[in-house]
Design a protein around this ligand. Structure first.
Ligand SMILES: Cc1cc2nc3c(=O)[nH]c(=O)nc-3n(C[C@H](O)[C@H](O)[C@H](O)COP(=O)(O)OP(=O)(O)OC[C@H]3O[C@@H](n4cnc5c(N)ncnc54)[C@H](O)[C@@H]3O)c2cc1C
Length: 566
């Protein structure tokens, strides 16, 4: 099946329906007029045969258009080299790292004496914001090239792990959601892996292991260690005050970033894990406007992330906002490591995190049979087997329908009397019509059993009191979420359930208690701190949908402009 991104490009661009078009779009030939428009932002230079213009792991600094001669795009692995593409006259170098400023994954070297136009990355960023024709051509090529690099596992990142390990799943998810290519070696299936482990002096107890850039060996690394090793955040100045700092890169935060950056604000986004938030853990979102065939949460997040970067928003990955220093302005946000981030205004878009099942030994099986998302990453480990989905909301319904495509049988456990109150009608119908899905009402999981991964569960029917034991090793917990507002530590008013109160929901008592200092009332979406807004799932009264998160993120930016003028 075609990649969804390619499919979407084809649907939005009739020219792409030509079967020969993927290569054409990946390596388009610019017309002399288009080349002249690019040349106005750079300089023409001569390149010697064999001269290297970009080294793997170099930061993206320059972009090249070939006028005469050709450039080889070379994949490296230790001392081995392989030419994976050739940039001929009229074509150009670069892929998504030109937008993010991250390190290059390939070498670019002249295959003969050549003449090129060299453009600085900063100039390229301003070009894609102002020249829509070139922006379309470059963005499409950059995205398609990154997909190609992912498909080929280019980038010298190797993950060695086990399907039954939480660490392995986490690292796979982190790399995938950040669009970083990697190769995976499954310890349980590949006997030859021992040689590789010996070569890097790795004991089995160190797993999962990530070999980063072909050199550095990270033993069960935290996400921030991976981000540091791959240079995800290099080149982003954390000391410079920003007009707008957005905390959280789910749909709400990314929408605020796209609108803020495209309207000329200096925007920094802090994300504790990877872009996409909860939506990123959805296999298929079918009710978001404009995607009649549905879109996976990861694809939606990937596009939004690229769009935000195109307009110049900077996104710090694997950086947790730990505390808000709210006693003076500009506000300051303390992050994991590194300097405090200074902000004239803030949009809090930290969303919510999955509610955990109230079972004593739960942590033993998280990632080893208990999952909080149902994407193709998780489904790979349970194809052809029986699985359980716990929960009766839309996320549980989506998971059940998605897993029914590959699982032998899907049990849906709900505590209530049915799904009608909590789930969209289209999902209920699919569940009812699926021969693979069995709804168990009034049923709760009561025990998890197994050794290094989940092997058995017990559930109880609350009406009859009957307890059943089943040999099932895969449980998908989709039981709602709690707000990520603990880090605000008294800076803003929260409602009884811990969600952030904003705008008209703030009572005179809330404002008095917070010493609201202004003559005006808080704007829509503004918290009890002037210039600090809350949007999306973390906000009290929010409708828990991608569309409302995106809507609120974009609305908040209009008020950010008002505050910056005050
Ligand atoms: C499995 C699943 C399926 C779903 N399907 C649909 C659907 O089909 N249609 C639909 O409309 N909605 C769906 N939803 C709901 C939708 O995904 C959410 O309403 C939406 O993602 C909320 O967006 P958000 O940006 O407010 O928060 P989130 O998506 O929760 O994003 C918050 C982000 O903030 C980050 N963060 C948290 N704390 C910090 C911190 N201290 N510092 C830095 N970063 C932080 C998190 O890592 C996260 O990336 C689904 C949800 C789930 C879980």
């Amino acid at each position: 099946m075609a990649d969804p991104l390619v499919r979407e490009i084809a649907m939005t661009d009739p020219a792409a329906l030509n079967p020969a078009s993927p290569a054409e779009h990946m390596f388009p030939v610019l017309t002399p007029v288009q080349q002249a428009r690019i040349a106005a932002h750079g300089r023409v230079r001569q390149v010697q045969f064999g001269e290297t213009l970009v080294e793997p792991n170099d930061h993206a600094r320059s972009f090249f258009v070939v006028i005469t001669g050709h450039l080889n795009i070379v994949r490296t692995s230790g001392t081995d080299e392989e030419v994976v593409a050739v940039s001929a006259p009229g074509t150009f170098t670069g892929e998504l790292n030109m937008l993010s400023g991250r390190r290059a994954l390939v070498r670019v070297r002249a295959g003969e004496p050549s003449e090129v136009i060299e453009v600085d990355r900063e100039q390229l960023l301003s070009l894609v914001q102002t020249d829509s024709e070139l922006s379309d051509i470059l963005m499409r090529a950059f995205i398609l090239r990154r997909l190609e690099l992912i498909a080929r596992g280019v980038g010298e990142v190797v993950l060695i792990g086990s399907t039954h390990s939480l660490g392995t799943l986490r690292i796979k998810e982190f790399l995938t959601r950040n669009g970083h290519p990697y190769s995976y070696i499954d310890l349980d299936r590949d006997a030859s892996v021992q040689d590789l482990l010996d070569r890097f002096n790795v004991a089995v107890t160190d797993l999962p292991v990530l070999i980063c850039r072909g050199q550095v060996v990270l033993r069960n690394p935290a996400n921030h260690q991976i981000a540091n090793c791959l240079g995800f955040n290099e080149g982003i100045d954390q000391t410079q005050p920003r007009d707008l700092v957005i905390v959280g890169a789910g749909p709400a935060g990314l929408a605020a970033a796209v609108y803020g950056a495209s309207e000329g604000l200096s925007v920094l986004v802090l994300e504790s894990s990877s872009p996409g938030g909860q939506a990123g853990s959805s296999s298929k979102i079918e009710n978001y406007l404009g995607f009649p065939w549905g879109i996976s949460g990861q694809d939606l997040a990937g596009r939004a992330y690229t769009q935000a970067q195109k307009f110049g928003a900077q996104v710090l990955i694997a950086k947790d906002a730990k505390r808000l220093a709210c006693d003076r302005r500009p506000y300051a946000i303390e992050i994991d490591d590194g300097p405090r981030v200074s902000a004239r205004t803030i949009v809090i878009a930290t969303g919510a995190q999955y509610r955990k099942l109230p079972l004593e030994n739960l942590s033993q099986f998280e990632g080893a049979g208990v999952y909080y998302g149902a994407t193709h990453l998780e489904s790979q480990s349970c194809g052809g087997e029986e699985v359980i989905v716990v929960g009766g909301g839309n996320s549980a319904g989506q998971a059940a329908v998605f897993l029914a495509e590959t699982a032998r049988h899907v049990y849906m456990l709900v505590r209530s009397n049915g799904l009608a109150d909590s789930m969209s009608r289209y999902l209920i119908r699919r569940i009812e019509e699926s021969p693979t899905i069995e709804l168990r009402k009034h049923t709760e999981l009561t025990a998890l059993e197994g050794s290094d991964h989940l092997e058995r569960v017990q559930w109880r029917d609350s009406q009859t009191g009957r307890v059943e034991t089943r040999n099932i090793g895969h449980v998908f917990a989709m039981t709602g979420a709690v707000p990520n507002a603990h880090w605000l530590d008294g800076c803003v008013a929260l409602d009884a359930k811990g969600f952030i109160k904003t705008g008209p929901d703030l009572s005179p008592d809330d404002l008095a208690a917070a010493h609201w200092p202004l003559a005006r009332a808080p704007y829509l979406l503004e918290t009890t701190l002037p210039g600090v807004f809350a949007v999306g799932d973390v906000r009290g009264g929010n409708i828990k949908r991608v569309a409302s998160a995106v809507g609120e993120g974009s609305i908040a930016v209009a008020f950010v402009h008002q505050v910056l003028k005050e």
